[in-house]
Ligand binder design. Structure first.
Ligand code: ZN
Length: 169
């Protein structure tokens, strides 16, 4: 277990497309554990492998602090509804911005044993899936922000859907 070095906005790797995982290796299992350690260290709720410099389609998430999730080769196969709220990103430290996402998504992915699964995600989990999976295609949330990015400590007077806010991923 180890904390890995995060990549930050401006690092060109964050704009690259991650490659599919064809089979799970010990090396990748260690990477996944390190991704959780790195995410928890920085109080994030989600992390994509590219954020620690590995261009593989791997995402870890723990939105409620109780249910760690691993997504290998994830895709969003359904989306509906809409939610507008704040997002942050471990690769864009100290900033938040308002992004509109689907309220519900259906995800198809593989787990750490490469077994396929589907997940219906709503609210914050749906938002986090959209955000994280876009990292695998080289997209940062900052390209969708409505208005300006804000400093985390500069609290706006009015919060939109405060309960949808999350500190990172
Ligand atoms: Zn992010």
């Amino acid at each position: 277990m180890a904390i890995r070095k995060l990549r930050y906005e401006g690092d060109p790797i964050l704009n690259k497309i991650s490659k599919p995982v064809e089979r799970m290796t010990l090396r990748q299992k260690i990477l996944i554990q390190d991704m959780f350690d790195t995410m928890y260290e920085d109080m994030g709720v989600g992390l994509a492998a590219v954020q620690v410099g590995v261009l593989r389609r791997i995402v870890v998430m723990n939105v409620d602090g109780e249910h760690p999730l691993v997504f290998i080769n994830p895709e969003i196969i359904e989306r509906d509804g809409e939610q507008t709220g704040d997002e942050g990103c471990l690769s864009v430290p100290g900033k938040v911005g308002t992004v509109t996402r689907p309220m519900h998504v259906k995800v198809r992915a593989q787990d750490i044993n490469m077994q396929p699964f589907e997940l219906d995600a709503e609210g914050l989990l749906a938002r986090c899936c959209c955000h994280e999976f876009e990292h695998l295609d080289g997209i940062l949330y900052t390209s969708h922000v409505e208005g300006e990015l804000r400093d985390v400590n500069a609290e706006p007077e009015i919060r939109v859907e405060e309960d949808e806010e999350f500190q990172d991923n």
